[in-house]
Ligand binder design. Structure first.
Ligand code: ADP
Length: 179
């Protein structure tokens, strides 16, 4: 039986509003346009389906991350380039899951709390700061930043296009932008 090369897994971790989904979905579109087999595993979509019913305790968050890792591994085994966009706040669990994937990179999508609060993409930070949401990552729940990410993107300093320039090589795409 011939063995297919494992697909790449790009694991984007960071606070809510840091830019994970924006970057992962832009990259996903580029991969599709390039004819590369790809799948997007977005934290919010996973929680509505595969992880429906899970909460935000460390145990449930870890279960969620392990499930995403399991599915990413199945897809990658068939040569699919997998883009994971999930807060995945605990370093030990991220390390455990990423270490089981043969071709995975950890990408820290990083913006300070002030920036993500200003963006407040989903309108949740102000509520979390007001104490209306328990277990909100970065406010009332931990976020453990990667200590040795393969790529560290400061999305408060780089715009989306600049971040994509840095992400493309990791996704196996050429760096130059086609006009
Ligand atoms: P997350 O998926 O991490 O919760 P989103 O991608 O939903 O975050 O939201 C990030 C927001 O920040 C979007 O409104 C996006 O337009 C904005 N943004 C500003 N600069 C960047 C950047 N360099 N990369 C990604 N998003 C950015």
């Amino acid at each position: 039986m011939s063995r297919q090369a494992a697909g790449r897994v790009l694991w984007l971790t960071g606070l809510s509003g840091a830019g994970k989904s924006t970057l992962a979905s832009a990259l996903h579109q580029e991969l599709l346009s390039a004819g590369i087999s790809t799948e997007l595993l977005d934290g919010d979509a996973v929680r509505e389906n595969l992880s429906k019913g899970l909460g935000f305790s460390k145990e449930d968050r870890d279960t969620n991350v392990r499930r995403i890792g399991f599915v990413a591994g199945l897809l990658a085994r068939h040569g699919v380039t997998v883009l994971v966009s999930a807060i995945s706040p605990y370093e030990d669990t991220r390390r455990e899951v990423l270490s089981k994937l043969p071709n995975a990179v950890e990408i820290f999508v990083d913006a300070p709390l002030e920036t993500v609060t200003e963006r407040d993409v989903k309108g949740l930070y102000l509520k979390a700061i007001a104490g209306e949401i328990a277990h909100f990552t970065g406010v009332s729940d931990p976020y453990e930043a990667p200590s040795t990410p393969d790529l560290h993107l400061r999305t408060d300093r780089l715009n989306v296009a600049e971040c994509l320039e840095l992400l493309r090589p990791l996704a196996g795409l050429r760096t130059e932008v086609t006009a």
